[in-house]
Design a protein around this ligand. Structure first.
Ligand code: NAP
Ligand code: MG
Length: 402
C-alpha cells in the first residue's frame, strides 16, 4: 500500500514523561506505517527547554504561525520539585502559556464520547464543549510578596506620561498582591471564536463571568460578548434556532449540573482551565478530552487536555506495567492531520484521520481498553490492556478499515 503523501509539514511539539512515551508509540504504530509523515520537529521536553533557555518553545510557536497547524504532546510546567529533578537553570514558564500568549485565541475542549463510558452526571446526554479564552488574566499575571506595612497601588501611565491610580490595599502587615490584564482585541476574538464555533457546530453558547463583583474587568467581557452577539451573530443564531445565554459564573455552574449538554460553555482563562478538568472527568476520564487552540487568524494547535501522567511514568521507569490511556493524544494527531488535509486539499489525509478516530472508539466499544476506562465502564467482559497492547489493538482495527 502506498503511504499517504503530505505537502505542508505539521509542527510537531514533543513533550515529557509518560505522554512522551505514548507519543513515540502512536507515531510508530498508528501513523508512520500509513502516512509519509511530514513534520517540523521541536523537542519541548523539559531537558531541551532548559538547554535552549526555553527558546525552543518560542520557536515552535513561531513555526506554528508559519505553517498553520501544530500537534503538541503534554509538557511539564516546572515547579520547585522539578527544579531539582531536572537541575533547571530557571523555573521556565508553562509552555502552553508561552504558546497561547504568542498565538492568542480560544481553546475548545470536547469530550470523546463512547458507548459504555457514561458520564457520572447522569443527565448529561450530550457532550459539553468548553471554550477557554487562552490569553491573559492570571496566566500573564505579575505578583508581589508584600514584606510589611505599606500601600499597594495600580498605576497606569499613558503615552503622555499622565498617571491614573487605584489603591489596592493599605497593608499593615505582610501580604500578597497580583496584577492581571487582558486586551479588548483578545476578548473580541475570543467572543467571535465562540460565536463562530457555535454556528459551525450548531450548538447553543453559554457564557458566565463574575461581573457583579468585578465591575470593570469581568463586566468588559460580558459587554463585549453582548455587543458582538447583537451586531454580528444574532441573526444567524435566530435563523438556526440557537441561543446565546449569559449569566453569573456561579449560576452557570449550577445550571450545568442540571443540563442535558449539547452546548458550548465559554469560560474565561482560569475558569476554563479548572472546569475543563471537571467536565472531562465527569464525562469519563481526563484522557477522553480533546483540545484545540484556535487563533483569531485561523491557526490551529491540537493537544490532549491532560498532563504528562507523572505517576504512571515513575512506575514505567521502575519497569512496572502501566495502562496509560493514549486516546486524547491520538485525537490530537488526528485533529491536526485532518485540518492539514483540509487546508492542503488532501482528502486521503482527512479520511485517514476519521478512520483512526473510528478505530479508536470501536476498540473501546468492543471491550478493549486501558485501566482508567475499565474502572468506569458499564460494558461487561472487558479486557484491560497496557498502553502498548491498546495501541496495537487499535492498529488491528485500523488496518481492517483501510
Ligand atoms: P495529569 O498528568 O493530567 O495526571 C493526573 C492524573 O490523572 C494521573 O495521575 C492519572 O490518574 C490521571 N490521568 C491523566 N491522564 C491520564 C491518561 N492519559 N491515562 C490514564 N490516566 C490519566 O496531571 P498531573 O499529574 O497533575 O501533572 C503532571 C505533569 O503534567 C505536571 O508537570 C504538569 O505541569 C503537567 N501538565 C501539563 C499539561 C499540558 O501540557 N497540557 C496539562 C496539565 C498538566 P491515576 O494516577 O489515578 O491513574
Ligand atoms: Mg488544568
Amino acid at each position: 500500500m502506498d503511504k499517504i503523501r503530505m505537502v505542508t509539514p505539521l509542527v510537531e511539539m514533543d513533550g515529557d514523561e509518560m505522554t512522551r512515551i505514548l507519543w513515540k508509540m502512536i507515531k510508530e504504530e498508528l501513523l508512520l506505517p500509513f502516512i509519509d509523515l511530514k513534520t517540523e520537529y521541536y523537542d519541548l521536553g523539559l531537558a531541551n527547554r532548559n538547554d535552549t533557555d526555553d527558546r525552543v518553545t518560542v520557536d515552535s510557536a513561531r513555526a506554528t504561525q508559519k505553517y498553520g497547524v501544530a500537534v503538541k504532546c503534554a509538557t511539564i510546567t516546572p515547579n520547585a520539585a522539578r527544579m531539582d529533578e531536572y537541575d533547571l537553570k530557571e523555573m521556565w514558564k508553562s509552555p502552553n502559556g508561552t504558546i497561547r500568549a504568542i498565538l492568542d485565541g480560544t481553546v475548545f475542549r470536547a469530550p470523546i464520547v463512547v458507548k459504555g463510558i457514561e458520564p457520572c452526571v447522569k443527565n448529561w446526554e450530550k457532550p459539553i464543549t468548553i471554550a477557554r479564552h487562552a490569553y491573559g488574566d492570571v496566566y500573564k499575571n505579575v505578583e508581589m510578596k508584600i514584606p510589611g506595612a505599606g500601600k499597594a497601588e495600580l498605576v497606569f501611565t499613558d503615552e503622555e506620561g499622565r498617571e491614573s491610580r487605584e489603591v489596592i490595599f493599605d497593608f499593615k502587615a505582610p501580604g500578597i498582591v497580583q496584577g492581571m490584564h487582558n486586551t479588548e482585541a483578545s476578548i473580541e476574538s475570543f467572543a467571535r471564536a465562540c460565536f463562530q464555533y457555535a454556528v459551525s457546530t450548531k450548538q447553543d453558547l453559554w457564557f458566565g463571568s463574575k461581573d457583579t463583583i468585578s465591575k470593570k474587568y469581568d463586566h468588559t467581557f460580558k459587554d463585549i460578548f453582548q455587543e458582538i452577539y447583537e451586531k454580528e451573530y444574532k441573526e444567524q443564531f435566530d435563523a438556526l434556532g440557537l441561543e446565546y445565554f449569559y449569566s453569573l459564573i456561579d449560576d452557570i455552574v449550577a445550571r450545568i449540573m442540571k443540563a442535558k449538554g449539547g452546548f458550548i460553555w465559554a469560560c474565561k482563562n482560569y475558569d476554563g482551565d479548572v472546569m475543563s478538568d471537571m467536565v472531562s472527568s465527569a464525562f469519563g476520564s481526563l484522557a477522553m478530552m480533546t483540545s484545540v487552540l484556535v487563533s483569531p487568524d485561523g491557526i490551529y494547535e491540537y493537544e490532549a487536555a491532560h498532563g504528562t501522567v507523572q505517576r504512571h511514568y515513575y512506575k514505567y521507569l521502575k519497569g512496572e506495567e502501566t495502562s496509560t490511556n493514549p486516546v486524547a493524544t491520538i485525537f490530537a494527531w488526528t485533529g491536526a492531520l485532518r485540518k492539514r488535509g483540509e487546508l492542503d486539499g488532501i482528502g486521503e489525509l482527512a479520511r485517514f484521520a476519521n478512520a483512526l478516530d473510528a478505530a479508536t472508539v470501536e476498540t473501546i466499544e468492543s471491550g478493549k481498553m486501558t485501566k482508567d476506562l475499565a474502572l468506569i465502564t458499564s460494558l461487561e467482559n472487558v479486557t484491560v490492556l497496557n498502553s502498548e497492547g491498546f495501541i496495537k489493538a487499535i492498529r488491528e482495527r485500523l488496518e481492517g478499515r483501510i
